[in-house]
Design a protein around this ligand. Structure first.
Ligand SMILES: Cc1cc2nc3c(=O)[nH]c(=O)nc-3n(C[C@H](O)[C@H](O)[C@H](O)COP(=O)(O)O)c2cc1C
Length: 335
């Protein structure tokens, strides 16, 4: 049996990557009911910002309970890593809720290797997760052989290697999906999944051929009936190709967006400002992930941005989550 499916107790080795603002209980449950693993991401089910850790955790509890009403299949919640040795108060508050609500899988985002911190998972997350038998799937914002080995030694169940093809926050090392997956999967014994550019049966097949034991998908799942993104966002994705995307620098490394008014300024800054200047000025313009909420959830292409991966060229229609997963997985050799 496929090791990812076995370890996570799911039908297909398919994980829906968490996407800030663009997940909610209905979407996540649809992925899990279709045989993959749905993951509640940052701001799951929300339309407004809170900077209170207690409120953040309680909002996540409400969303977790909704998922549990919609599916009896496994699902996960994102725990965001820090730039230092200890987890943030936000992450620890969500960890507490994950344990109390018996969530079966934690998707741990490690960021240490991206900043000044160390590779691997923040040590304060590991013991509580292990004690409560919560599976650890780890995706670093800056994947590397060193990080994968550190995460393996810490007892993680699955590692996700991310190629530069992905949507969302891009790694600082420009390694495409084709290059990163054999490099990482050859370096460790735990199963490694590929994220970045997987949008149809062909790209999924390529991932498995290159050593991936599972596929980790974000952009392809935005133009689905169940995703909370605005209709105009879904429409623009199915009518765009990778040629419509532009890359620009921002903290911590790079981002891409489809055309919007805000993107014009982000790209202009990239072309005219120094490294130090552009990282700060573009981060301020994007307002953290607020620009994603405005652009993608609200569909305001003047003040927001539309972040997707380079795999969008093969997306031609808005479909149900189940149809997307079936088309990628049925008949594909993944054992
Ligand atoms: C709009 C958008 C938002 C994202 N937000 C997050 C996030 O908040 N946390 C995270 O770990 N990954 C985030 N990601 C990355 C996805 O989880 C996943 O790794 C990525 O989408 C895979 O590449 P693909 O888009 O080519 O399928 C985001 C991706 C997109 C497209």
């Amino acid at each position: 049996m496929n090791r990812v499916a076995e370890r996570l107790n799911i039908k297909y080795p398919f994980i829906q990557g968490p996407m800030s603002w663009l997940t909610n209980a209905e979407f996540v449950a649809a992925v899990s009911n279709a045989g993959g693993l749905g993951i509640l991401g940052p701001n799951a089910g929300q339309t407004t910002v809170t900077s209170d850790p207690r409120e953040t955790a309680e909002r996540m509890r409400t969303e977790i309970k909704k998922v549990q009403q919609l599916t009896d299949k496994p699902f996960g919640v994102t725990l965001i890593g820090s730039n230092g040795p200890d987890s943030s108060v936000f992450t620890l508050s969500i960890l507490k809720v994950v344990i109390e609500e018996h969530v079966p899988v934690a998707l741990i985002n490690t960021v240490g290797a991206m900043g000044d911190g160390k590779a691997g998972i923040e040590p304060d997350l590991i013991k509580p997760l292990k004690e409560h038998n919560i599976k650890m799937v780890v995706r670093s914002w800056q994947p590397s052989i060193e990080d994968a080995k550190a995460v393996e030694a810490q007892g993680a169940d699955v590692y996700v290697a991310t190629g530069f093809d992905e949507g969302g926050t891009l790694p600082k090392d420009v390694l495409g999906s084709f290059s990163i997956i054999p490099m990482i999967s050859d370096a460790v014994d735990i199963p490694v999944m590929l994220a970045g550019g997987i949008s149809d049966a062909r790209t999924a097949k390529a991932a498995f051929a290159l050593g991936a034991e599972g596929v980790y998908v974000g952009s392809r799942l935005i133009p689905t009936f169940e995703n909370p993104a605005a209709q105009v966002t879904k429409d623009v994705i199915v009518h765009s190709t990778a040629e419509d995307l532009k890359l620009f620098r921002v903290n911590p490394a790079y981002y891409r967006s489809l055309p919007t008014e805000l993107r014009k300024q982000l790209v202009k800054n990239d072309q005219t400002q120094s490294e130090a200047e552009v990282r700060q000025s573009n981060a301020a313009l994007m307002g953290g992930t607020s620009g994603m909420r405005i652009g993608m959830l609200e569909g305001d292409f003047e003040h927001g941005y539309v972040s997707v991966g380079t795999g969008i060229s093969v997306i031609h229609e808005i479909q149900s989550v189940k149809d997307v997963i079936d088309e990628m997985m049925v008949g594909n050799e993944f054992n």
